[in-house]
Ligand binder design. Sequence first.
Ligand SMILES: [Zn+2]
Length: 311
Amino acid sequence: MNYKNTFVRALGCSAAMLFSALTLAQMPSPEETEVKVAELSDNIYMLMGLGGNIALSTGPDGAFIVDDELKPMSAKLKAAIATVSPAPVKMIFNTHWHFDHAGGNEFFAGDGALIVAHDNVRQRMSATQFSTFFNSETPPSPDAALPVITFDNTATFYLNGQTIKAMHVPPAHTDGDSILIFEEANVVHLGDVFFNGMYPFIDINSGGSIAGMLEAIELIMPLLNEETKIIPGHGPAANLDDLRSYQSMLALVSARIQVLINEGKTKEQVVALRPSFNFDADWGWQFLPGEKWVGLIYDSLVDTPRELAVD
Ligand SMILES: [Zn+2]
């Protein structure tokens, strides 16, 4: 599907920047990519470009955005925001530190925007980060790209007639994950805790784990209802049913893998047994096909096991 290709390209960009000239050749230029703007509620929009999805609140207090995607897309993103907001971006909230969600920080900070994120986002952006999965290093971000306001558990914004609650969740995709709730509008942005319709990447080096991801989803569920409009970190806009499908897929596959680990199976044996076989056609994608994703979940469960209920 198209959004899968878009994300593959986004990750292709990252891989290119990190290690591969071949991937660089396949990387689309930002000029080839349109930032799509969809209104989810009055003055609240979801924007989709090349990296992570963006939430935008517009109104008399100026534009407030959640995430600002890949750096080379900044000018395109600014232009897309300007189609619905006469005021510039006043504040940016980063759901986590990854460059496909915080890549525009420096650009928008240069325009006067304030950047807000969880304490661990600033910490990770301030130091070199290593990824075992990508076998790559991400250098520290320039000072201008760093969040200038950080928080530990929750923060509340009162902007454009909305009460916008930010909540740090248990380390899921990374240890700096936050979700955002636009209370009056009943819209949420779940960051990369939720990949809609795709196997999620889990950044184990950044403190993420599948166990934490399931914990975070359980914590989030009661805050949502059937009418909630959900912006996932990647994939199309979603509803509670989509999140439920994601949750049950994650719970089932990770339980199968945990059972195999508890039996003493090696990573190769677990991958060969295809514990995600009935989900691969729907949830697998170029960057994370079934066998690669199972390997990632195996590594996560060896690192942070799940406690399984015993019958
Ligand atoms: Zn991410």
